[in-house]
Design a protein around this ligand. Sequence first.
Ligand SMILES: Nc1ncnc2c1ncn2[C@@H]1O[C@H](COP(=O)(O)OP(=O)(O)OP(=O)(O)O)[C@@H](O)[C@H]1O
Length: 624
Amino acid sequence: MNLSKEQMKAMQHIKGPALVLAVPGSGKTTVLIHRTANLILNHKVHPDRILSITFSRASARDMKNRFNSLYGDISHIPVYFSTIHSFSYSVIREYAYKNRIKYTLIEDNKKNLNKYNILKNIYFSINNEYVADEKLETIINSIGYIKNMLITPEKFLSQYKINISNFKQIYRSYESYKRNNNLLDFDDMLTLAIEILNKDNHLLNKYRNRFQYIQVDEGQDTSKAQIEIIKIISHPKNNLFIVADDDQSIYGFRGAYPKGLFEFSKIYKNGKVFYMEQNYRSTKNIVNISNKFIKQNSLRYNKNIFTENDYLEPISIVKVNTVEEQYKYLLDDINSHKDYANTAILYRNNISAIGIIEYLDRDDLPFYMRDNKMNFFNHWIIDDILCFLKLAQNPTDIKAFENIYFKMKGFISKKQLNYIKTLNYNQSIFDRLLNCPGINSFYKENFLELKMDFKKLSKLPPSEGISYIEKNLKYKDYLKESCIKSKYTIDTLMTMLYFLKIIASKVKNLNELTGRIRYLEYITNKSTENKDGITLSTVHSAKGLEFERVYIVDLIDGDFPSTTSIDNFLKGNIESLEEERRLFYVGMTRAKKYLSLITINNRNGKEVKPSRFITELENLITQD
Ligand SMILES: Nc1ncnc2c1ncn2[C@@H]1O[C@H](COP(=O)(O)OP(=O)(O)OP(=O)(O)O)[C@@H](O)[C@H]1O
């Protein structure tokens, strides 16, 4: 590949600070890789002296693979591509070794001592109630934001409203608990590294001498804390080379600080800024429409993306009625090309992967999961449904009953549960309930009705059974109530049930359903090795990647863009909706030749609206 004039200029920049501001597919990563080789081959820089930083472990791996496939083993010394976290952690480890401190990482939730458990305990001790998963996530994201932005919780709370009681106290307890016990989470890696580099001159100089050249990919998603580390290490030579695209900044909620890019010229008076606006990745159809689309954002630096690539197929906007029709369309389209390794199915939320996996597996199509962060297969809602079905099959199953007796109609009390546990365990639970002392006719009727309901349930195929549990056994009422307490939205929970029904629709009985769930979990875990399969990924994790064919699915208003961003927009705050638009733009610009955007009218029997971004795109297309 011949680099363009713009790319060459950027690549040949050697000394002093430089910022490359560029559009998607313009060769930012390409330039960074060639520059690395140029430093080593033509400027005799030892590979060990170059620190190339990128955003995630996956992108560090991708960059290393791209480097190796272009240049192989040019120096017989491995070239170092790292995340800022792993770099910071190496600083901390060295400092800890020197000072005989033993830090423990608390990010592994398979270990007992992990940040989730610590925060759950702290939350309970302060608020006297259990914290729900979604609230816990808000707490973790907010703490991450505070640390990445290098601000105080007070400042954070003055800017953002979060629905967490006593957040400040939780924050302080968590911080002091970690400090007192030498515990570290990911965000501490950054703030502690800054602290260490600021106080240990010897260590600081060692790192400054070692890393003479620093390169940063995806500069738009570096946080203030990360920028600070990079600034400290590169000083005073400031041989700093950053590539970035503010239109692809998608981690604002975690403290990404793209505005930092535009302070570059203020911080580095002798800094050079290069621009690259030619896209080498996508067809003219995709480039033109993406360009118009991102121009709808107001918080951006205007760039004009263009390409010399040909026009090919127009992007397709596909509107179908149901989720099942969406999968059928996907399968038909993918099967007509069978170019699995060059195809990606992208989505806004992890949960969207469930239905896709089920359908791909039914058709025996290979897939590769880019990020397996789903907790679907072991979620309590799945456990609940399995317990209902187990109890229907075996009305003496007290363990199943104990899990769900308060999640259905019947008003069964804990006292009654404890009483029936003392009765003959071979007797049906419903008969035992009828034997509870002192129950009045109201309770008797309830229990008799329950007995009949479970009998009916035992005769239904699983997918109908789930609807029966939802409606007749009033499980949906329980879910609605639990939403009030847990801050799960009912839509999230109903979507999970809906995907479970899709899985259940092809099985005959409980055994098969349990087997199918475990099997899907297994192939999902295994698929992270299956690089030749169709890539399934959230748009977030697809950043930096490219595919011949890209499908973006489940394009529903409220999913993509998210409900929160729409609510904020209605209150006059455009930032989060603009971040969603950038995310959508990142998704669109992953496609080289073919881009298909799919929306549905109906999910789980409810009418849904197409993503407002689809409407926007349709308007832009008709204006052409
Ligand atoms: N000068 C060039 N000639 C031909 N192809 C090029 C050139 N520069 C880059 N490419 C190709 O264009 C595609 C996009 O390059 P690259 O991934 O480096 O872009 P990027 O700016 O990092 O993209 P993004 O920010 O969207 O992830 C790659 O397939 C790359 O090989």
